[in-house]
Design a protein around this ligand. Sequence first.
Ligand code: FES
Ligand code: MG
Length: 574
Amino acid sequence: MTKRKLRSEAWFGGTGMNAMMHRSWMKNEGLPADSFDGRPVIGICNTWSELTPCNAHFRQIAEKVRRGVLEAGGLPMEFPVMSLGESNLRPTAMLFRNLVSMDVEESIRGNPIDGVVLLVGCDKTTPALLMGAASCDLPTIAVSGGPMLNGRFRGEEVGSGTHLWRFSEDVKAGKMSVEDFMDAEACMARSAGHCMTMGTASTMASMVESLGMGMPGNAAIPAVDSRRNVLAQLAGRRIVDMVHEDLVMSKILTRKAFENAIRTNAAVGGSTNAVIHLLAIAGRMGIPLELDDWDRFGRDVPTIVDLMPSGRFLMEDFYYAGGLPVVLRALDEAGLLNSDALTVNGRTIGENNATAENYNKEVIRPLDNPLTEDGGVMILRGNLVPGGAVIKPSAATPALMQHTGRAVVFENIEQYHDTINDPDLDIDETCIMVLKNCGPRGYPGMAEVGNMGLPPKILKKGITDMVRISDARMSGTAYGTVVLHSTPEAALGGPLAIIRNGDMITLDAPNRSLTVDLTDAEIAERMRDWTPPEPPMTGGYQKLYFDHVLGADKGCDLDFLPGTRGADIPRHSH
Ligand code: FES
Ligand code: MG
């Protein structure tokens, strides 16, 4: 028996005209009368789309969730929201994350829904759905779609994204033919699922599990493994109980949960994109979380998961090694986990993972023999980035983490593409590449262009890394000594805007500093000649986004979206 009044009762309960209307129209879907006997209505929020290849198998996942909901005595109702495919969507899927979050929030609140299962996969679908659902605060479980099987190309393991960058550099350096490059295409994406490197999708699936928002095992089960379907079905059963228990999101997404997620991100060598997404999700939940928390909580946590782009293996290997539960147990035993944080299955994160076993200590290494001592994300500050910037040490070259170099500046990504292959470009490997106007407002949407490829003439010398700085993001599958998310961004008049060719820049990551050899007066003097950019469009969502987007240090949400607005029942529609 339901212990509390369900939201759906306001639609389907009673004998009045409105109840008749709500039920009658639903019955055209072939639902028997007892569907409306007061059982919980479970929304299955689906980001399925053929244009989002990583989520193209989600109809099957939705069917498994539906089966579980029915078994537990709930009424499943699948509904679509806008889907965001990282590989196709231009100018960048990130531009639309907040739009989707609004779609999710209003779809949940406006409909007869008592609990929600969020089907998430490709990078932005996870934060977008968590953000929207958080603003409603109903009982919610996120089910990730799972990674693709390991890529295999001519006997070698190849990782989504990571080998795209690697092979493309090999072609430029003359080490790989264009024909082989084309052949690698199909070998990199062998099955349904999202990127199988520890890119943003796998990182966010790990965030779902470490935040307690997913069922144990959520992060790593491959998309095509039968156990992914089992997880989806069990989530369908569980969400019905969660409605009865009134286990709403705010009981799970506490400050402790976010601290756990930050530490987990460090341990798995997760994407820098998680910084932005977790800040945004916390903002929706009203949890105070700031950029410096990433350095504070991630600093002592080494990276122990040896996955590309930081390491060698892929998500399939991670799952067979025991997956995220092994990592969570290791963190817990080292005193690095808030083990009493509650999760969606009603147990604490400590209880869920207490017996996890490590089946492959090369893939998941012990904490005292890590892949990188400095896991996580470092937060840099200085006169070049007064609002902060991030760098991922596990993806960087240690020798470049303290480096002074001459700036080679690209005003935008088009200028970079137009000039980078020019043999006369005045650049050598000691220089620092600086890219402007790719931040949240500047691009718009903060595209993943921060890991600019090196000039061919330098690659041909066998050099594979240089310091790069921008207000952009980089793909979670990418690597290099790349400073990202510079705040304030150039398009908002941050100091990045006035950097010129020849300025001397110093990266001192161990001391968390990024500076340019200019005085405050010189910076102010140059700012006088700076003019802010025009919005990309004079109307529509892109104008709304341009006018309201917050900086990367605040999670890039729109300034009117943070906070939980609850899910009180709206007025009648008739
Ligand atoms: Fe979808 Fe990488 S492109 S997860
Ligand atoms: Mg990406």
